[in-house]
Design a protein around this ligand. Structure first.
Ligand SMILES: Cc1cc2nc3c(=O)[nH]c(=O)nc-3n(C[C@H](O)[C@H](O)[C@H](O)COP(=O)(O)OP(=O)(O)OC[C@H]3O[C@@H](n4cnc5c(N)ncnc54)[C@H](O)[C@@H]3O)c2cc1C
Length: 269
């Protein structure tokens, strides 16, 4: 099969998550299988493609993408409705090392749309809760209008510790969670560094401060994982758009250990 040939997917459902962010439930003629943290190149002929992570991988073979409109492709996709068809290639890339997290305490730390690639990890952990130690989700957004999957947090909080914060609350009297930076919340979690693993996704500057904070708590660079965003074209390590310092973000990543990518010339980690 030609790995660059786009496949059709039918839009089964569209849900508005936050300002400018929608989740699309997609189905294909074959069951779609992927790992948490992998991505598809999603798009439409004549418009273009964008790398988008899986925000859910369903048991029935369908899958979800949560997309923020920021430009050409993502703006085009924002008007798609139930019954429309879009195109994708994938799944591509190396996802979160969930197997490595078994029996460990897991810290899942997300900023903004960075929660989307981590949601399949949360689903997987909730489905086999006994296989993991203490699990904490620390999640931040600019304000309450930017929090993704708000209606799922209470359900998640029944099985894992959930810390939710906004930089600034638009309606402080109605906001029942924290106000402040995600980095401030790390101190609230009891971290046992020798048995902890962290999965971090968000703006690169946030990931930098989170990783530095976790290292201050005694965690090793190799137990911290981040998901990198770089401009991509082919998604299969052929074109070199996302390549730097010998690494292809599309194929060797997008998930890397902090140790692998710390100090890369074009990054801020
Ligand atoms: C592996 C991976 C997974 C991703 N997962 C998601 C996801 O789940 N949901 C989501 O909403 N977005 C995700 N993104 C980001 C998404 O790919 C970009 O927002 C998208 O490519 C923008 O395309 P566009 O044509 O709409 O915008 P463009 O018109 O191409 O660009 C709009 C603006 O975004 C910037 N930009 C475009 N692509 C990137 C990029 N890859 N990195 C940094 N800046 C960029 C441009 O410089 C420009 O300022 C992911 C990116 C990667 C690499």
């Amino acid at each position: 099969m030609n790995p660059l040939k786009p496949l059709r997917a039918k839009v089964e459902d569209v849900k508005t998550e936050a300002e400018g962010v929608k989740t699309y439930t997609l189905s294909t003629e074959f069951p779609f299988v992927a790992e948490p943290g992998q991505f598809n190149m999603v798009g439409y002929p004549g418009v273009g493609e964008a790398p988008i992570s899986l925000s859910a991988i369903m048991r029935d073979g369908s899958f979800k993408h949560t997309i923020k409109s920021v430009g050409r492709v993502t703006d085009f996709l924002k008007d798609f409705k139930k019954g429309d068809e879009l195109f994708f290639r994938g799944p591509y890339g190396r996802g979160w090392p969930v197997k490595k997290a078994e029996k460990k305490d897991v810290l899942i730390i997300a900023g903004g749309v960075g929660l989307a690639p981590l949601r399949p990890v949360i689903h997987l952990i909730l489905n086999s809760r006994g296989s993991f130690g203490d699990v904490s989700l620390i999640c931040g957004a600019r304000n309450e209008k930017n929090v993704l999957f708000m209606d799922e947090f209470d359900g998640w909080a029944e099985k894992i510790a959930v810390y939710l914060t906004v930089d600034e609350a638009v309606q402080p009297d109605r906001w029942k969670y924290y106000v402040g930076l995600v980095t401030d919340l790390i101190d609230r979690v009891k971290i046992k560094p020798e048995r902890a693993i962290a999965f971090v996704c968000g703006p690169e500057i946030m990931m930098r401060f989170i990783c530095r904070g976790l290292i201050m708590h005694g965690m090793s660079q190799s137990s911290l994982y981040v998901s990198l965003e770089r401009r991509m074209k082919c998604g299969i390590a052929q074109c070199g758009h996302c390549q730097h310092s010998g690494l292809f973000v599309c194929k060797d990543g997008p998930v890397f250990s902090y140790k692998e990518v710390r100090g890369l010339p074009d990054g801020v980690l």
